[in-house]
Design a protein around this ligand. Sequence first.
Ligand code: NAD
Ligand code: IPM
Ligand code: MN
Length: 352
Amino acid sequence: MKIAVLPGDGIGPEVTRQAVMVLEALDLPGLTLFDGDVGGIAYKRHGHPLPEETLTMAREADAVLFGAVGDPDCDGLERHLRPEQAILGLRKELDLFANLRPAKVFAGMEHLSPLKPEIARTLDMMIVRELTGDVYFGDKGERKAADGSREGWDMMSYCETEVSRIAQVAFSTARAGNGELCSVDKANVLETSQVWRDTVIAAAAAQPDITLSHMYVDNAAMQIISNPSQFSVILTANLFGDILSDLASAAVGSIGLLPSASMGDRSTDHGLFGLYEPIHGSAPDIAGQGKANPMATILSAAMMLRHSFGREAEAARIENAVESALADGIRGGDLGGTHGCEEIGAAVLKRL
Ligand code: NAD
Ligand code: IPM
Ligand code: MN
């Protein structure tokens, strides 16, 4: 079981260390971890946010555990050298087109949510976010507008092939649950979304057991907060999924709780290759202070065991340990508590 560990910047190394300790504590046969540089730290050491050596390490691994990238020192660099290009590059190069972002309020943990408890209690959804297309990867640039002012532009597009393959992932995800799927788009305004919606409808024709609905993204943002119980699986595009998943994390209680899995269709000797990372970033405002909540990264390691190594029992053990640490009042500053990153990691380990 070869895992490339890419801690990255800011709180990335802090939270990744705790997740690695949890993985190591499971004593899995043949577990081998490799460390690589990504993001701002890789730029500073090697002149590129995604060095060839790191990409090769990721390609040769069975799974990648990723921390976070992003460094305010690098925000003025040319775009292709910025830390964020490392994660975008990995997703694209490894063809990780399906991003699974589960958002769930653990039983008895509704008081962590800013929502009313009776609403928070019903929040349990999976956001299936397309990850290698959309305005993220279109041509972009800067030009002069007609009045001589600077004009930035980014091309948004989706082709049917890209939409139908992510729709298949969403159908499988929905089928494993209650069969309900809500596709979120902006088809009332965007041609990109019209192709998205038409393609999802056409693909769903061959899936009689899936109950498909559609919602515009602005309404979806409102409904996730006001009536989250209506969502089981949300299928959406790269940009909308980025925004809605941060929103869903706040509804759960903190962005420090939400893991993610980024999958393609490449098999390894153990299962499907995937990259696993918390949905949050490098949090420069708290980096180096030992304050970060590592739970999202620890839960990402659980998703790795489930999706890339078929180890459901160990994945559940990790999830139960996190849930019971929360139930016992272990929480970081993001949840109004005082526990530090290492204390939270130790509390999870103890309950493993
Ligand atoms: P962020 O997610 O890093 O932080 C947003 C807020 O949430 C901050 O107040 C931060 O302190 C808090 N927070 C985030 N994770 C936390 C945790 N585990 N525990 C406690 N608090 C936590 O988003 P941002 O501030 O918009 O971005 C910071 C940098 O991270 C930027 O450079 C951005 O591009 C990058 N970023 C990277 C990724 C990634 O690597 N996948 C994701 C998002 C943002
Ligand atoms: C995320 C992040 C990334 C994204 C950035 C850092 C490129 O916000 O993983 O949610 O927008 O996908
Ligand atoms: Mn994001």
